[in-house]
Write a protein that binds this ligand. Structure first.
Ligand code: 6PG
Length: 468
């Protein structure tokens, strides 16, 4: 594709219609279509009501939209991940001509993006896997955008993407991060960090609610205060607002919501890919597990019936809870970035972690005050790419780690589940021990299976005395 391609967008759900309005708002012409005629008509009305219909061509199906678009064309897909993307590509392929591009702007498993890129590029088409973060509000007014594809593909869409993206101190939060699946991989890890951060926030809320007996509105006030300090972030900010909201007079909004969390797959993909890469994003894993356990409510009810409720008092100050959350958050980011760097090596992407942190500073769901520090740390000298070893983060963790220990210890003795915070602490305690306890694991492996081990003294004998 080349600069100046005619733009189309298929899939006018919440995110698709918000992104389409954003594109029109920035003065670009746009063709749109959707599976259902009513959705197309409603979108046309919404665009007209917003004064944005001048450059809009709305079509009832893909088969009429694409021929109406002068080439070269770039069609943005905003359809659910998985089979719906493959089905839409199958319908699009015969309508497109070499030089046209398909941009998958939904969340996608990067393995699918790599497969689709290979197949479409063999047919002379361009495929761009593009992560878009920021929810509905971000898509409408400025998301963070993570692009994967060729340099040529990026140069064809760059000006449009940069004009619809969020800005941090005037700089667009959009970047070309690497070829094929790189953009979708980075977006997946972004979501993994999002899962971990959300879970740790919920764990701190749980301690305040059930261990200190505070009402949601009071806890919300504390989160609002934290949002002006080192924890400043979109997720802490919305948590303050959520906890202060009421479903009916005197009924906190959270109390009206079933405690069964949904998940569409990006957290799970992060965990799976991290493990495949020899990494372990344990805070994300804990968050995914917590959502899965939450979905099994009848089992939890049986468990509570058998074991009784475990929610004893906890003696923790607001400052300790704030610092513990900060330490947990730093460790979740560190695990996420380490996973990104491992993928970059494995797939030859040359990901720039500082640039990734920079484009996450505005627009996306995990935007936080820490990201500017993370970008600076990666621009500086960072031992082994490990964020927790960067001097600025070492200082922050020296200050906040005692609070994380106190919170995990109090939670454990009071019987409050804090799987993500405990995972964060376990990771740091493991990664700061030059000699751990896997010497014993190696001995066990050798004992039952003659697997052999390396000796501390470099000696030749690779088996223990149990085999002599
Ligand atoms: C974002 C969000 C967005 C979506 C999540 C929700 O960055 O804008 O991450 O992509 O809200 O994917 O995912 P779950 O339904 O799995 O929580």
């Amino acid at each position: 594709m080349s600069t100046g391609a005619t733009l189309g967008l298929y899939g006018l759900g919440t995110m698709g219609s918000a992104l389409a309005l954003n594109i029109l708002d920035k003065g670009f012409g746009l063709h749109v279509s959707n599976r259902s005629d009513q959705v197309v008509d409603a979108f046309r009305n919404d665009a007209a009501a917003a004064g944005l219909a001048d450059n809009l061509s709305a079509h009832h199906d893909l088969e009429t939209m694409v021929p109406a678009m002068p080439g070269p064309r770039a069609v943005i897909l905003m359809v659910p991940a998985g089979a719906p993307v493959d089905e839409t590509i199958d319908r699009l392929r015969p309508l497109l001509t070499p030089g046209d591009a398909i941009i998958d702007a939904g969340n996608a498993d990067f393995n699918d993006t790599r497969r689709r890129t290979e197949a479409l590029e063999a047919a002379g088409l361009t495929y761009i896997g593009m992560g878009v973060s920021g929810g509905e509000e971000g898509a409408r007014h400025g998301p963070s955008i993570m692009v994967g594809g060729t340099e040529q593909a990026w140069s064809g869409i760059r000006s449009m993407i940069e004009s619809i993206a969020a800005r941090y101190e005037g700089v667009p939060c959009a970047a070309h991060l690497g070829p094929d699946g790189a953009g979708h991989f980075v977006k997946t890890v972004h979501n993994g960090i999002e899962y971990a951060d959300m879970q740790m926030i919920a764990e701190i809320y749980g301690l305040m609610r059930h261990g200190q007996g505070l009402a949601p509105a009071e806890i919300g006030k504390t989160f609002a205060v934290w949002d002006s300090g080192p924890l400043q972030s979109y997720l802490v900010g919305i948590t303050g607002k959520i906890l202060k909201a009421e479903d009916a007079p005197g009924v906190p909004a959270v109390d009206a919501i079933l405690d069964q969390a949904g998940q569409k797959g990006t957290g799970r993909w992060t965990v799976i890919e991290a493990v495949k890469l020899g990494q372990s994003a344990t805070t994300v894993e804990a968050a995914v597990a917590a959502r899965s356990w939450s979905a099994e409510k009848p089992l939890r009810e049986t468990g509570e019936g058998l074991y009784g409720q475990t929610a004893g008092p906890v003696d923790l100050s607001e400052a300790q809870l704030e610092q513990a959350l900060l330490a947990g958050r730093i460790i979740a980011y560190a695990q996420g970035f380490r996973t990104l760097l491992a993928a970059s090596d494995a797939y030859g992407w040359s990901l720039d972690p500082a640039r990734i942190a920079e484009i996450w500073r505005a627009g996306c769901i995990i935007r936080s005050a820490l990201l500017d520090d993370i970008a600076k740390a990666f621009r500086g000298d960072l031992p082994q790419g490990q964020l927790v070893f960067a001097p600025a983060f070492k200082d922050m963790l020296d200050d906040s780690l005692p609070a994380l220990r106190a919170v995990v210890a109090q939670a454990a003795s009071g019987g409050h589940p804090v799987p993500a915070l405990a995972a964060a602490l376990g990771f740091l305690d493991s990664m700061t021990r030059a000699r751990g306890t896997t010497d014993l694991v190696q001995a066990q492996r050798d004992f039952f299976g003659r697997h052999g081990f390396d000796r501390v003294d470099g000696g030749e004998d690779r088996h223990g005395p149990w085999w002599r």
